[in-house]
Design a protein around this ligand. Structure first.
Ligand code: FES
Length: 217
């Protein structure tokens, strides 16, 4: 998406619906941004400008919210997404080494996508799988007790031609179950209350949205 969303662009309809549902009020901003990301995979400047105009908000406000939350992407993601949890439980079990090694293997920094578009490397504070620390989420699949060798092996064997959904549909493990020390959880990395910190804005008791770390935009 590089130009103003066309009225005929079906991908924009969920965004329009989200804004309409909220009466084109500013309070519907996060929902609208979520809708853009679901439809397009990322949020570009055109989408931000269009939403800002529709909700009568300054572009700076929309940009500020879109960049504040880790789960919003402003650039297209790679075919596969690797989210290394840097929450306390994972960090003390070596998550930082997983992050550094993966970044080195793909020649990228956290938050970047490899030059061939194969992998996006992201971080999260807690993906709700502390009992399996260190945990990594690859294409929404939780890999527990990850180590640098098994994670590199797993990532290296992901399909090159799609976003990993085929693998999931086929139910294929990437390596022999007996040989791979990574344990997999196919459910979404939701916390005990069913909230997925990777995709859901957190609301403080006072009603102000936060990024899950007690910070507000
Ligand atoms: S700290 Fe990593 S899953 Fe909770």
């Amino acid at each position: 998406m590089t130009n103003t969303p066309e009225p005929t662009d079906k991908r924009w309809r969920p965004v329009e619906n989200a804004m309409r549902r909220n009466g084109y009020q500013a309070g519907g901003l996060i929902e609208a941004l979520h809708a853009v990301q679901r439809s397009y995979g990322y949020i570009d400047e055109t989408a931000m400008r269009t939403i800002a105009a529709a909700l009568t908000l300054p572009l700076s406000k929309v940009y500020g919210v879109a960049t504040f939350y880790h789960f919003f992407h402003l650039k297209p993601k790679g075919r596969h997404t690797c989210v290394v949890c840097l929450g306390t439980a994972c960090y003390i079990k070596g998550a930082d080494q997983l992050l550094q090694e993966t970044a080195r293997n793909y020649g990228i920094k956290p938050g970047e996508t490899s030059a061939d578009g194969y992998l996006s490397l992201l971080t999260a504070r807690c993906v709700g799988a502390c009992g399996q620390a260190p945990a990594v989420v690859v294409d929404e699949r939780v890999l527990g007790q990850a180590d640098t060798v098994s994670l590199a092996d797993y990532l290296g064997q992901l399909p090159r031609g799609d976003n990993g959904e085929n693998r999931q549909a086929e139910g294929q493990p990437t390596t022999d179950a007996g040989a791979n020390p990574i344990t997999r959880t196919d459910a979404n990395p939701a916390t005990a209350n069913g909230v997925n910190p990777a995709t859901t804005a957190v609301t403080e008791p006072g009603g102000r949205p936060t990024n899950g770390q007690g910070e507000t935009p």
